[in-house]
Design a binder for this molecule. Structure first.
Ligand code: OXD
Ligand code: MN
Length: 608
């Protein structure tokens, strides 16, 4: 028994907790010196206790239960409002294994840097031990982890976002690989020191040790920096596990789509952050007979099932959605999901004790308290909610959650979509000719930083597979891994179709050409009719496009000219894009797989 343990007032170690977990928790406690250690069991009573404690300490404000039952508002420190990519590190043994798109740091040096930061970093605080399962408890596709954290906000958020508590802990046995995640807000308290509502530190480190499957996060309590099950585990560490074990951990939503003939499809779709993934995951079809249901809104783990088909689970149990822009017009399903039992972070508070953010309704209330706690009126000239303000809510509250969202075998994926935010060049929808072409489409996902003039190309922000901030290893190796998963599927099963979409193409006058939101169901219809063998497609230099008239635009207010522009392939502009892609590939110093560079050659040849 360590000295720290003797003086602490810990909750009892749960019976049956695996010695490897107990030993590790003891080591971290001896390093960080919390006042006490609490093992989270995942019960409702425990969550209530955490919430009450945070209301007392001022971290949470209880919302008016008449409007938003059992819901809370958190206001973060104004310097702790988003993921900090510049402080996010991949500490693989070899630098080339992190690749040119990641911040690499030598693991030994990083451990030496972190050690003094974590020494005594939990003084005056409680250390919560949070065992969790990513994916349904006991599913062969799920993975286990334990996060320790000195933030009750993070412990409570983990309770929403994962299957957290005693049942997950009980699954850790002698042969289990489990991910170790250490989190401290980095704000120890001296005896008698008054705490602040949102403790954090100006020094921030979000570090990943892929070889040992460890995460150490210091200084932030916000979202992806702190709820380590999400981006840190389920994408960065899991992508490395997936590479080693032959599956895929991807930044993808999953939906179930039923067509008017009753055929069920599942679709996984990757989009960069803030491109409307949650909206697509909860889409309400505008075309008769098509139904979309939600399996997941942010992360998919995909692998070949025993039947040889690509299967996927959503490893998360909740949504950590961006609030601004979520409204009764844009995403009524999300609005219904957050009726109650929701933690809101950095949104505005209404005078009636409910919440508000830009885009929730057309008209802003006459008076609000903004995300920083200041009075706000529409004349204030600044947003009332932080642009990255969030709702944290259990997926099971979503009215469109699909009946198979927790299937332990995963759902069969029929189609994969890659989407970016492109003002130019990329049509509304393109089908890949084959898996290799699909991998090329994933590798070239990008968004335009600046609106380009007609016939030119804006500056491209590259986000391959929408994984730029999330891949835990060399991005070019990730493409090679996709190729090998495809080759594997081709040998023994069915290979899903791959499509590229772009909801954001603009006309010469700067207008969006496509209405988006619910109307995107029309694009799903075309893609899934392709999968079902109901419609033909026409070849183009960049892939397969719908034949004229094949996209269902019945009842849609769109001109023929706009429709033509949505699908226009301008050879000159695509040649410029191919040059930009060649330059991008060159940054990987020869590591881009030959099958991917071959696709670039093919594109150029077809452009003539
Ligand atoms: C997210 C992100 O929070 O992608 O999901 O940044
Ligand atoms: Mn995301």
């Amino acid at each position: 028994m360590s000295i720290a343990e003797v003086t602490r007032t810990d909750s009892p170690v749960p019976e049956g907790a695996h010695p490897s977990v107990v030993e590790w928790v003891d080591q971290i406690a001896a390093l960080t010196l919390p006042d006490d250690v609490v093992w989270c069991d995942g019960s409702m009573a425990e969550w209530d206790g955490l919430a009450n404690r945070m209301v007392e300490s001022g971290t949470l404000t209880r919302l008016n239960p008449e409007h938003r039952p059992y819901s809370f508002l958190a206001r973060s420190d104004p310097h702790d409002v988003a993921r900090v990519e510049s402080r996010t590190f991949i500490c693989s043994e070899k630098q080339e294994d992190a690749g040119p798109t990641n911040n690499w740091h030598d693991p030994r040096e990083m451990r030496a840097t972190l050690r003094p930061l974590f020494e005594g970093s939990m003084r005056g605080r409680t250390m919560y031990v949070v065992p969790f399962s990513m994916g349904p408890l006991g599913s062969p596709l799920s993975k286990l982890g334990v996060q320790v954290t000195d933030s009750p906000y993070v412990a409570a958020s983990m309770g929403v976002m994962t299957r957290m508590g005693a049942a997950a802990l009980a699954l850790i046995g002698d042969t289990t690989t489990w991910v170790r995640a250490v989190h401290s807000v980095g704000a120890p308290l001296s005896p008698g020191e008054q705490d602040v509502p949102w403790p954090s530190s100006d020094t921030k480190y979000i570090t990943h040790f892929p070889e040992t499957r460890e995460i150490w996060s210091f200084g932030s309590a916000y979202g992806g920096n702190a709820i380590l099950a999400k981006k840190a585990f389920a994408l960065r560490i899991a992508s490395v596990m997936a590479r080693d074990e032959g599956w895929l951990a991807e930044h993808m939503l999953i939906i179930k789509v039923t067509n008017p003939r009753g055929r069920v499809f599942h679709v996984a779709a990757a989009f960069p952050s803030a491109c409307g993934k949650t909206n697509l995951a909860m889409l309400q079809s505008t075309i008769p007979g098509w139904k979309v249901e939600t399996v997941g809104d942010d992360i998919a783990w995909l692998g070949r099932g025993d039947d040889g088909r690509l299967r996927a689970i959503n490893p998360e149990a909740g949504f950590f959605g961006v609030a601004p822009g979520t409204g009764w017009q844009s995403n009524p399903t999300a609005m219904e999901t957050i009726w109650g039992n929701t933690i809101f972070t950095n949104v505005a508070l209404r005078d009636d004790g409910d919440v508000w953010w830009e885009g929730m309704s057309d008209k802003a209330p006459a008076h609000l308290v903004d995300w920083q706690g200041n009075d706000w009126t529409p004349a204030s000239g600044r947003p009332a909610a932080h642009p990255n303000s969030r709702f944290t809510v259990a997926a099971r509250q979503c009215p469109s959650i699909s009946d198979d969202w927790e299937d332990p075998q995963g759902v069969v994926i029929d189609a994969i979509i890659f989407g970016g935010r492109r003002a130019t060049n990329v049509p509304l929808v393109v089908e890949a000719r084959d898996w290799e072409h699909g991998v090329y489409l994933g590798a070239t996902i990008s968004s335009e930083r600046t609106a380009a003039a007609e016939g030119t190309l804006g500056e491209l922000r590259r986000d391959p597979f929408a994984m730029m901030p999330f891949v835990g290893y060399n991005m070019a190796d990730h493409w090679a891994h996709w190729l090998s998963v495809g080759a594997d599927l081709r040998k023994t099963g069915t290979v899903p179709r791959i499509f590229q979409v772009n909801w954001f193409r603009k006309g010469a006058d700067g207008r969006f050409l496509w209405p988006g939101f619910g109307e995107n169901s029309r694009v799903l219809e075309w893609m899934l009719e392709r999968v079902d063998g109901q419609v033909a497609a026409k070849d183009s230099p960049i892939g397969l496009l719908p034949h004229d008239g094949a996209l269902n635009v019945e009842g849609l207010d769109i001109t023929d000219d706009d429709l033509a522009e949505l699908f226009a392939v301008d050879a000159e502009s695509w040649r410029a894009e191919a040059d930009a892609t060649e330059q991008f590939f060159a940054t990987f110093e020869g590591r881009v797989p030959a099958a991917v560079t071959k696709q670039l050659d093919l594109l150029r040849a077809k452009l003539g």
